[in-house]
Design a protein. Structure first.
Length: 141
């Protein structure tokens, strides 16, 4: 099958779709009333500067989606996911710095171990009350 697809791509019959695969996670507080968000305010050259978002990032080679989500939460917040639910996928066409397409897998993290840090190299980590989320500067959608 792979050989057939490769031949079709090389002959121009089909175009390869090779988005950057990534995860995006929203960590809920133990009482479920707040969400851990990153305020991207650390790097002046950041295309996300000033925006709030969940935690996540690119999948590494040979990494599955669940492992990626766990790793990103660990790296960005210093906590371990104990329970997470897949909530859907989202396509961000042309979202990358060079116009790359991104394909994101969105999770809600219901339970975690450890205490979340207050910042990481991308910005500050803040527990935001759920009712205030829509008032924050975030990407549309």
């Amino acid at each position: 099958m792979r050989e057939m697809v490769r031949r079709k791509i090389e002959s121009g019959i089909i175009m390869p779709y090779m988005p950057i695969a990534a995860t995006l996670g929203y960590v809920l507080s133990p009482d479920g009333e707040r969400v851990l968000m990153i305020h991207r305010n650390a790097r002046p050259d950041d295309q996300h500067l000033g925006k709030y978002n969940g935690l996540g990032g690119k999948m590494e080679p040979d990494e599955d989606i669940l492992s990626c989500m766990r790793r990103e939460i660990r790296e960005e917040a210093g906590i371990e996911c104990l329970s997470m639910r897949f909530r859907g996928s989202i396509s961000w066409p042309g979202f990358g710095k060079q116009g790359e397409d991104w394909l994101g897998f969105v999770f809600v993290i219901d339970s975690f171990a450890g205490e979340a840090g207050t910042s990481n190299p991308e910005g500050t980590l803040e527990w935001i009350p759920r009712e205030q989320l829509m008032s924050l500067p975030m990407w549309e959608g």
